[in-house]
Write a protein that binds this ligand. Structure first.
Ligand code: HEC
Ligand code: HEC
Ligand code: HEC
Ligand code: HEC
Ligand code: HEC
Ligand code: HEC
Ligand code: HEC
Length: 327
C-alpha cells in the first residue's frame, strides 16, 4: 500500500513537471513567435527606408543625380507602432505585392485587391476566441456598412500598420477607452477622412453631445461604442454601430445597479452580482465612481432600517399625542 501511494505521488510529480515543462515551452514558443525576426526587419527596411519617415531619396536613372522628395503623409509608416502591432511579424510583402520592390512603383499595383481580415482569420482555430465570423456579421449590420457597403471595410478602423488588441490585454480601463475612442475620432473629428466616404458635413462631436453633462469626463471614462453599438454577449467588442436615433440617451442606462457598462466596457472583469462587501458592480467600483451604479447592499439596508425606525417613531409619537389630546 505504502509503496503504491509513494509511486502514485511520484507519478503525479512526474506528470506535473512534464506539464510544467510543456507550459514553459509553449510560453517560449509564443514569445518567440510573436517577436519579429531580424531578417524580417532587415527586409522591411527596403520599404521603410522610404516609407519610414517624411522624406525619401532615389537616383534618377536619366540624369544619375540623387533626388530627395517629401513622402506623402498617408504613406508614412511609424516603425515603432508597426513592430508593436498585431501583425508585427509580417513582411510588408506578406500583404502587398512583391512588385513594390521597384521604384517608381508600377501603376497597375494601385488596382491590386487588398486582403480582408477574414481571408486569413476566417475558420482558423487559433483565432476562434476572437469570433471573426460573428464580428463580420455584426459589422455588416452596422450603419457604416449598410450605408457604404464595400467602401467601408475593417481596415478603416483597424489601421493595417498600427492596430493592436487592447480591450482584451490592457488592464487600465482609461487606456482602453482612449485607444478605442481614438479609432472613431479618426474620422468623426477629421473632416477630410470623413468626407472620403460621404458629402455630408461632419457634425461636431462636442456640439452633438452637449446634452451630456461633464462631457470631457464622460469621454475619458466610457467608449463611443457603449452608447452607439448594440451589446452582444458572445463577442468582447460590440461591432454593430446603430443609427443615431438608437443611441443610449438615458442616464440610468449606466447610472444604475444594472448598468449597461457591466455588459460592455467591464465585461471581462465582471464578477457576478453583488460582491462580498455588499457592493453592487464591484468591478466598476475599482475603476471609478459611477453615480447610482456603485450602491452598497448593506448601506442600503441600514438606511432602509433607519428610515423604517423614523417612520415608526413618528407614528408612535403621533398616536401618543392623539391619545393624549382625546384624554
Ligand atoms: C524609393 C522610395 C520607395 C521605396 C523603396 C518603396 N516605396 Fe512605396 N511608395 C513610394 C512613394 C513615393 C509612393 C507614393 C507614390 C506612388 O504611389 O507611387 C509609394 C506608394 C506606395 C503604396 C501605395 C500605392 C497606392 O495605392 O497608391 C504602397 C502600398 C507602397 N508604396 C508599398 C511599398 C512597399 C511594400 C515597399 C517595399 C517592398 C515600398 N513601397 C518601397 C516610395 C517608395
Ligand atoms: C497585415 C497586412 C499589411 C501589412 C503587414 C502591411 N500592410 Fe500596408 N496596407 C495594408 C492594407 C490593407 C492597406 C490599404 C488600407 C486602406 O485601403 O485603407 C495598406 C496600405 C499601405 C500603403 C498606402 C497607404 C495609404 O493610405 O494610401 C502603404 C504606403 C503601405 N501600406 C506600405 C506598407 C509597408 C511599407 C509595410 C511594411 C512595413 C506594410 N505596408 C505592411 C496591409 C498591410
Ligand atoms: C495576410 C493575413 C492576415 C490578414 C489580412 C489579417 N491578419 Fe490578423 N494575423 C495574421 C497572423 C498570421 C497573425 C499572427 C501573428 C503572430 O503571431 O505574430 C495575426 C494576428 C492577429 C491578431 C492578434 C492575435 C493574438 O492572439 O495576439 C489580431 C487581433 C488580428 N490579427 C486581427 C486582424 C484584423 C482585425 C484584421 C483585419 C483588419 C487582420 N487581422 C488581418 C494574419 C492576418
Ligand atoms: C467602426 C470601427 C470598427 C470597424 C469598422 C471594425 N472594428 Fe473591429 N474593433 C473596433 C474597436 C473600437 C475594437 C476594440 C479595440 C480594442 O480595444 O482591442 C475592435 C476590436 C476588434 C477585434 C478584437 C476583439 C477582441 O475580442 O479582442 C477584432 C478581432 C476585430 N475588431 C475584428 C474586426 C473585423 C473582422 C472587422 C470587419 C468585419 C472589424 N473589426 C471592423 C472597431 C471597429
Ligand atoms: C473611416 C471613417 C469612420 C470611422 C473610423 C468611424 N466612422 Fe462613424 N461614420 C462615418 C461616416 C462617413 C458616417 C456617415 C454615414 C452616412 O450617413 O452616410 C458615419 C456615421 C456614424 C453614425 C451614425 C450617425 C447617424 O447619422 O445616424 C454613428 C453613430 C457613428 N458613425 C459612430 C461611430 C463610432 C462609434 C465609431 C468608432 C467605433 C465610428 N463611427 C468610426 C465614418 C467613420
Ligand atoms: C453617453 C452616450 C454617448 C457617448 C459616450 C457617445 N455618444 Fe454619440 N450620440 C449619443 C446620442 C444619444 C446621440 C444622438 C443625439 C441626437 O440625436 O441629438 C449621439 C449622436 C452621435 C452622432 C450623430 C451626430 C449627428 O447629429 O449626426 C455621431 C456621429 C456620434 N454620436 C459619434 C460619437 C462618437 C465618435 C463618440 C465617442 C467619442 C460618441 N458618439 C460618444 C450618445 C453618446
Ligand atoms: C454610457 C454610460 C453613461 C451614460 C449614458 C451616462 N453616464 Fe454619467 N458617468 C458615466 C461614468 C462611467 C462616470 C464615471 C466617471 C468617473 O469614474 O469619475 C460618469 C460620471 C457622471 C457624473 C459625475 C461627474 C463628476 O464630476 O464626478 C455625473 C454628474 C454624471 N455622470 C451624470 C450623467 C447624466 C446626467 C447622464 C444623462 C444625461 C449621464 N451621466 C449618462 C457613465 C455614463
Amino acid at each position: 500500500m505504502i509503496f503504491q501511494s509513494t509511486r502514485m505521488t511520484w507519478n503525479i510529480r512526474v506528470r506535473f513537471s512534464l506539464a510544467f515543462c510543456i507550459l514553459l515551452m509553449s510560453a517560449f514558443a509564443i514569445t518567440a513567435q510573436n517577436k519579429p525576426k531580424e531578417e524580417t526587419k532587415k527586409f522591411n527596411e527596403n520599404c521603410l527606408k522610404c516609407h519610414g519617415q517624411s522624406k525619401y531619396k532615389y537616383v534618377n536613372p536619366e540624369s544619375g543625380a540623387e533626388v530627395t522628395k517629401r513622402m506623402y503623409l498617408e504613406t508614412i509608416i511609424n516603425r515603432n507602432e508597426f513592430y508593436d502591432s498585431n501583425h508585427k511579424t509580417f513582411k510588408c510583402t506578406d500583404c502587398h505585392s512583391e512588385d513594390y520592390d521597384t521604384f517608381p512603383h508600377p501603376g497597375r499595383l494601385r488596382m491590386e485587391a487588398k486582403y480582408a481580415c477574414i481571408d486569413c482569420h476566417g475558420g482558423d482555430e487559433a483565432y476562434a476566441k476572437f469570433k471573426f465570423e460573428q464580428i463580420e456579421t455584426e459589422f455588416q449590420a452596422s450603419v457604416h456598412s449598410t450605408k457604404h457597403s464595400d467602401d467601408f471595410n475593417c481596415w478603416m478602423c483597424h489601421n493595417p500598420h498600427t492596430y493592436k488588441i487592447n480591450a482584451r490585454s490592457e488592464e487600465k480601463i482609461k487606456d482602453i477607452v482612449a485607444y478605442d475612442n481614438a479609432i472613431c475620432l479618426n474620422c468623426h473629428a477629421d473632416i477630410t477622412k470623413y468626407q472620403m466616404l460621404t458629402d455630408k458635413v461632419n457634425p461636431n462631436i462636442l456640439k452633438t453631445h452637449a446634452w451630456l453633462p461633464n462631457q470631457a469626463l464622460h469621454f475619458k471614462n466610457v467608449r463611443c461604442i457603449e452608447c452607439h453599438a448594440r451589446t452582444n454577449d458572445s463577442i468582447l467588442v460590440a461591432h454593430n454601430i446603430q443609427p443615431k436615433a438608437k443611441a443610449v440617451h438615458r442616464c440610468v442606462e449606466c447610472h444604475s445597479t444594472n448598468s449597461i457598462l457591466m455588459a460592455s466596457l467591464y465585461k471581462y472583469k465582471v464578477q457576478e452580482g453583488r460582491s462580498k462587501a455588499g457592493f453592487y458592480n464591484g468591478v466598476i467600483m475599482n475603476e471609478g465612481y459611477v453615480i447610482g451604479a456603485n450602491r452598497n447592499y448593506y448601506l442600503g439596508l441600514i438606511s432602509l432600517i433607519m428610515f423604517g425606525c423614523v417612520i415608526t417613531g413618528i407614528l408612535i409619537h403621533g398616536s401618543l399625542r392623539i391619545i393624549k389630546r382625546k384624554k
